[in-house]
Design a binder for this molecule. Structure first.
Ligand code: NAD
Length: 335
């Protein structure tokens, strides 16, 4: 059995995570779930956005499924997401984006964005002075090697052929230059069978929209990856479709790429697709690829039958969508 720590969080987090857990329970006999608090909910119950007990449970489980948290505007707030990424050394953020529905006028997309998850603009080191604020941005050789190495292993394991390194080394010559040169070195020495490509981040953003088929896999720095994966999700149909994995050598946390969407929380219209696909990514990571494949098939069957969720202008809310996916998972339902 594999133990999964379930972290519903805030806003639509509990809604989409509860759908995902129902689907995971129906698809696999190999999972045991343990619930833990995070975000505002955790603060109200335990006085901390990421209680020590939650972090302990996350460490003890084989993997974690996380919803989303709402950022709090307060001096004593620090992001529980950035904290668990750091504490569990989840250095790779993986976001596969592909179309589940055909959207007229938009080109198809099938790209995996691998983003460095521990440094770049996310070191949260901001220094105030009389003039303004200086944000410290770190790019290290060690973290660059680790993420490029991860991307190369991921490409091989998942049948991806071309890796595009995205940076802004024409302006950030030393820092992004280090990231780009590390990519070139590693691909030259160990990238047999993989094609190396490079793109500046601004032209990458444009091309993801105008010619998404130009990309197979992207490896990039923290902030660029965060922004580009939302651009890619938009091209694929919306944030409700994009799953995400935070992966380290020992621990892993899977989550939908979207946030807590307070604007639609409690209305029953949140699309659980990204959370369910985050669950299937987790199953693959845990070696339960067959169960993962059945979940992906059941989700695809919903969309290929012409159904649409509320965020795409359709009539299916969270519950109705989940019921369809559960029905598609029953033996004999998938063809
Ligand atoms: P968001 O992703 O929550 O929402 C952006 C837009 O997409 C909203 O209009 C929302 O209704 C829609 N949307 C998102 N997920 C959807 C879904 N599953 N189905 C249908 N529509 C969906 O981003 P935001 O509004 O910028 O942020 C809201 C809060 O979430 C903020 O407090 C932000 O800091 C936080 N946030 C948390 C995480 C995380 O926990 N990993 C990530 C991003 C944002």
């Amino acid at each position: 059995m594999k133990r999964v720590c379930v972290l519903p969080g805030d806003g639509i987090g509990p809604e989409v995570v509860s759908s995902a857990v129902k689907v995971l329970e129906a698809a696999s006999d190999e999972l045991e779930f343990v619930h833990a608090d995070i975000g505002r909910t955790a603060y109200e119950r335990h006085g901390s956005y990421l209680p020590g007990d939650t972090l302990k449970t996350m460490r003890e489980c084989d993997s974690c499924l996380f919803g989303a948290v709402t950022t709090v505007e307060s001096a004593d707030y620090s992001s529980p997401v950035l904290t668990f990424r750091k504490e569990l050394d989840l250095y790779a953020n993986v976001r596969p984006v592909r179309n589940l529905v055909k959207i007229s006028g938009r080109s198809p997309i099938d790209v995996v964005i691998v983003r460095e998850n521990t440094e770049g603009m996310y070191t949260q080191n901001e220094v105030f002075d009389d003039i303004g604020v200086t944000t410290m941005r770190r790019v290290s050789r060690k973290a660059s090697e680790r993420i490029v190495g991860f991307a190369m292993r991921y490409a091989r394991a998942n049948g991806r052929r071309r890796i595009t390194c995205v940076h802004k080394s024409n302006v950030l010559k030393a820092s992004d230059g280090l990231f780009a040169s590390t990519f070139r070195e590693l691909m030259a020495s160990g990238g047999i069978g993989l094609e190396a490509d490079e793109q500046l981040v601004d032209s990458c953003a444009l091309k993801l929209v105008t010619e998404p088929s130009a990309f197979d896999m992207i490896v990039t720095l923290n902030l660029y990856g965060d922004i580009l994966s939302d651009v890619a999700a938009g091209v694929a149909g919306g944030l409700g479709f994009a799953p995400s994995g935070n992966i380290g050598d020992k621990h892993s946390v899977f989550e939908p790429a979207h946030g807590s969407a307070p604007d639609i929380a409690g209305r029953g219209v949140a699309n659980p697709t990204a959370a369910i696909l985050a669950g299937s990514m987790m199953l693959r990571h845990l070696g339960l690829s067959e169960d993962a494949g059945r979940i992906e098939g059941a989700v695809m069957q919903f969309y290929s039958s012409g159904h649409l969720t509320a965020d795409l202008g359709g009539r299916h809310g969270s519950d109705s969508f989940t019921e369809h996916v559960l029905r598609n998972l029953r033996p004999g339902a998938q063809h």
